[in-house]
Design a protein around this ligand. Structure first.
Ligand SMILES: O=C(O)CCC(=O)C(=O)O
Length: 295
């Protein structure tokens, strides 16, 4: 008889995630749709976030030191095109600020099992399958980092079954506490101008100067996640401390939108996922990465 390959290891037990009631998730979804962002407190266990940080920190250091090769989606241009902060394309996004794509591996992928996040996304995207399409990071390393320009990331609404629907959500997962205590203890909270998802940036800034809109900076404790519509006007702020402000930003999109736009697989810059990582995921989380290229 042919020797049988060993069975795949069983998925690890789900980390304990803070339960949220249906009413809390309804309110969070309404806030996200109305304003462009919502903070969910205490979703991820701090031990899990510490494991994520332990994986992330050396990888970013090796990118900054130049000992790690850049991945395709870390190039924002051909090396000569300035990116939106006026610096040459690539992972360095200005003084003391570095972009890095994270590998689709555990412990990061445990975020796909966070039931409050799944409940919130289901309220925004409906019953459709949702895909994870990227994990990125834009890290202000410390003193000397600067404000980003105000911007809106790609995304918006699309028409699906006769309805206007959001087609992209970002999820910020801070790997350290994000503190807003200027001047010395602020470590780079992202600033947003709520209620600007459909507004041109110039108009948003004009309305801020007239006092009709305000700028919000949301502190995050380790374990919190912030879900945002990438069209909300926002910018990174300087980190005035000596400790890098590590934070991962996950991107989720409905599969139906990817299929309708021929973007299944995400194009040249889509991250790949290794088969052995799939075996660590629940069947539901496996569905969320099934369209990604395999390593
Ligand atoms: O994490 C930050 O400081 C800002 C990241 C951001 O807004 C972006 O790169 O679009």
């Amino acid at each position: 008889m042919e020797p049988q390959p060993p069975p795949p290891p069983p998925p690890p037990p789900q980390p304990h995630m803070q339960p949220f009631s249906a009413a809390q998730l309804d309110a969070a979804a309404a806030q996200l749709i109305d304003t462009g962002a919502v903070l969910l407190k205490g979703v991820l266990p701090p031990g899990l976030v510490r494991e994520m940080r332990a994986r992330f920190e050396p990888e970013l250091s090796s990118l900054v030191d130049g000992t790690r090769e850049r991945k395709p989606n870390e190039a924002s241009g051909d090396g000569s095109t300035p990116n939106r902060n006026g610096f040459p394309g690539g992972p360095n996004r200005g003084p003391q600020r570095w972009f890095m794509s994270a590998d689709l591996v555990q412990p990061y992928l445990a975020v796909l099992e966070a039931t409050p996040l799944l409940g919130l996304m289901a309220r925004v995207f409906g019953d459709d399958d949702i895909a994870l399409t990227n994990i990125g990071s834009d890290t202000p390393l410390g003193r000397g980092s600067a404000f980003q320009e105000w911007h809106q990331d790609g995304g918006g609404t699309w028409n699906y079954r006769g309805e206007e629907r959001i087609w992209r959500l970002g999820v910020r997962v801070p790997l350290v506490d994000v503190v807003d205590a200027p001047p010395e203890r602020t470590n780079g909270p992202v600033e947003i101008i709520p209620n600007t998802v459909e507004m041109p940036i110039a108009e948003a800034l004009e309305r801020v100067s007239r006092g009709e809109l305000s700028v919000a900076r949301t502190p995050h404790a380790v374990g919190d996640i912030e879900v945002f519509n990438p069209r909300v006007v926002h910018r990174g702020s300087p980190n005035e401390t000596d400790v890098p402000r590590y934070l991962l930003a996950f991107t989720f999109q409905p599969v139906a939108h990817l299929e309708a736009n021929g973007a299944v697989g995400g194009g040249a810059s889509a991250p790949s996922i290794a088969e052995q990582q799939l075996n660590t995921l629940s069947p539901r989380a496996q569905r969320m990465v099934r369209l990604l290229p395999r390593l």
